[in-house]
Every structure is written in C-alpha cells, then in structure tokens.
Design a binder for this molecule. Structure first.
Ligand code: SAH
Length: 212
C-alpha cells in the first residue's frame, strides 16, 4: 500500500472512532507523522498504533492524539501548555491550531530530537524546555489550555493553578485503583469542574526531571 493510501485509510479509521472535528482531521492529514517516528518504525507511521521513541517512552497512537486535541476545544488565538513533549508530534499538531505552544519534557535527549523536528518542519510557535512538568511554566501562566500527555495519579494542583479562568485542562489519571481515565477540567469563576471522558491509557507522569 502506498504512503498516501495508508494515510487515507488512517483518516477514515479516525473518523470511524469519533474524530469529527474537521480542523483536527485536516491538521493530522497534513502533518508528516513519519518525521516523529524512529527510523525503524517509519513504515508504521500511518498505522493507528503507539510507537516507541526511546527512553522507554512512546509516541501516542493517532486516535489518542486526535481525540485529545478535539477534546481540548482549541481556538486559534490560544496559548497552550503541553506536559510531556515526547516525540513532539502532539505539540506539532497543537501548533497548527493555536497561537503558541509551551511544552515541557523531562528527558533532555527526547526534547532535543523534538526540537530538531520542529525546525525541520519550519514550526516556529513552539517554545520548549527540559523540566518537571508537574510544576508547570510559572513565567508564562496562565494558559487557556493545558494538555498532560502522561498519566498522573491525581490532577496536579500546580497545573490547575496555572489554568486561566474559562480554561480547559486534559489530564489522564491512573491511580492504580480502577481503569485509567481521561479527565477534562474546566476552570470557572466558581472553581474547577471535572468531567470523565472515558478510559485512556498513558505512560506515567513522573514528578522530577530525569537524571542527566
Ligand atoms: N506527547 C508525546 C507523547 C508523550 S509520552 C508525543 O506526541 O510524542 C509522555 C511523555 O511525558 C514522555 O516523553 C515522558 O518522558 C514525559 N514525562 C513524564 N513525566 C514528566 C514530567 N514530570 N515532566 C515532563 N515530562 C514528563
């Protein structure tokens, strides 16, 4: 099967699985996922599958990236914080749908690779740093949207504090007790409202930065 027809097959699969936002679908169709996959997995870039990216981390499956991006309800003027840059694929998708993306990764090696990919694709509205994402990015707060791409045991309070009023945060929760869930947290004048968007599995969010 040619790369173009694999891509069409993937987009159809995403539609069948609940991805209906045409801006998100269009962005995913245009973004070359093979750039974010390791060399030996390039031929699987348009499979709806998780791929290994080194440091025991993963590039999330396209359906996960798509549904999370859709659930984030992005506007093109928004400032977005992502925790867990990984390969950079999710950040690259976000960068096409909002004004600026701030992204934090605990592994320096993964972040360097992701930055190289952003440069290669001519993406200039992503600012990234190595650090512990559970602490957020105080100098740039508040954020209209926050997306955590690793599972926390509970909603990280510092991140909730960096969410603007009217803002939305997506955070996968895996407390070991039940199935891992994806939560959508909205900040209103009154406080935080939490919605359960269903089961979703991620690598764990590890507080603290990785050793050099
Ligand atoms: N968004 C990524 C998928 C990332 S997997 C992509 O599109 O490829 C989750 C990532 O979160 C991993 O790279 C992991 O190293 C990172 N991570 C885990 N805990 C973290 C923390 N406390 N701060 C920052 N990054 C963290």
């Amino acid at each position: 099967m040619s790369p173009a027809s694999r891509k069409i097959r993937l987009i159809m699969e995403l539609r069948r699985n609940g991805l209906t936002d045409t801006r998100v679908l269009g962005t995913m169709e245009l973004m070359p996922r093979e750039v974010f996959a390791p060399e030996s997995f390039r031929d699987q870039a348009y499979e709806n599958a998780t791929l290994p990216i080194g440091c025991h981390q993963t590039l999330s499956a396209p359906i996960v990236v798509g549904l999370m991006t859709q659930a984030l309800e992005l506007g093109e003027r928004m400032k977005v914080l992502e925790i867990g840059t990984g390969s950079g694929y999710q950040a690259a998708i976000l960068s096409r749908l909002c004004r600026r993306v701030y992204t934090i990764e605990r592994y320096r090696d993964l972040l360097k690779e992701a930055e190289r990919r952003f440069a290669k694709l001519g993406i200039t509205n992503i600012t990234s740093k190595v650090g512990d994402g559970t602490l957020g990015w105080r100098e740039q707060a508040p954020f209209e949207r926050i997306i955590v791409t690793a599972a926390a045991t509970d909603v990280p309070p510092v991140l909730a504090g960096q969410l603007a009023v009217g803002g939305v945060m997506l955070v996968p929760i895996d407390d070991g007790a039940g199935d891992p869930r994806l939560l959508r947290v909205r900040r209103s004048e009154r406080g935080l409202d939490t919605e359960d968007l269903g089961e979703m599995r991620f690598v764990p969010l590890v507080p603290d930065t990785a050793p050099e």
